[in-house]
Design a protein around this ligand. Sequence first.
Ligand code: NAD
Ligand code: MG
Length: 346
Amino acid sequence: MTDPKSKAHDGAQQRDELTTTTVSRRALVGGAVAAVTAVGALPAMAQEKHQPGAPTSAQSASYPKPPFPKQQQPWPGLTAKMTPRPDHGEASYRGSGRLAGRKALITGGDSGIGRAAAIAMAREGADIAINYLPDEEPDAREVGEQVRKAGRRFVALPGDIRSEGFCRKLVADAARQLGGLDTLVNNAARQISQKSILDISSEQFDTTLKTNLYAMFWITKAAIPLLKPGSAIINTTSVVAYDPPENIIDYACTKAGIMNFTKGLAKQLASMGIRVNGVAPGPIWTPLQVTGGQEPEKLPEFGSDTPMGRPGQPAELAPLFVALADPAFSYTTGQIFGAVGGRGGP
Ligand code: NAD
Ligand code: MG
């Protein structure tokens, strides 16, 4: 039988090599061109001794700042069409066996924050199932390559989580194909910017609430009977749960709901040994933002109003997801952890 710890460790050693001074030469000749052209993947990560689970400080210092090129994609959007390409930690995340043998279902795991969480959790030793929409198949395939490269099992489960029946099937299929389930990441969401409440149709309101709140409720309900003591539920909320902007009021109220749900459910499940926590990102460079999540004319300045003066990259969220799944955080439940670039949040 394969020892998941040793596989995760092997993967970590390989990535360590990628993050040393040999990175540009090795990567360019070794087929890792895509990873290297992703934002922040190069140059100064060279000298620093790389700690597990983190982009180097030189690397994060080189992350792109506004202004960004104008761009829009039809929803749900594809990573490869974004400029610059987001960094999901492909070239930087090093595992150390923190999630060895665990089995995780991640909704919205094809792109953005969910993709970064999937890559990091796989490199920490977890088998991964992701849910996404059928249109996002190219993104899902890239995640599959990364998870398999880390030596872990990958299960792709496309489908629309606005359906309760699909949500129940999703959880059952994930548990069956992974051989169990102990980590649930409720991360999928819909965000549609509208300047006025008068422009939010009942259909939009319904879509936002179904995707962000109902699906989390349905998926969590289906998962709980399968979760053993030691399991973890992680919900993606947002900085907007605490300070709602004026252009996404339907979305922001779902994020406040997710924060509240997380804290209440944590109390309910504590005696079952199941921890429930949340991650609250600030502005992060992902497909959600270039597919109607922001007003298109404001997109070039995305993230400029944070003290860091830039949006975060998905890779900068991954260590939080790993930490909240890690059994070492055994006394941490009902909490929300922010990564917001310096203002607001929990
Ligand atoms: P993303 O577009 O990469 O991920 C969102 C995913 O949601 C999509 O990939 C898609 O697979 C999934 N999804 C949407 N509707 C669906 C449906 N009906 N059925 C199945 N899947 C569906 O964007 P992201 O920014 O990485 O978003 C991930 C999470 O982060 C979301 O919960 C979002 O609210 C949260 N968040 C993002 C930001 C940000 O600035 N990007 C800030 C705070 C919170
Ligand atoms: Mg996507």
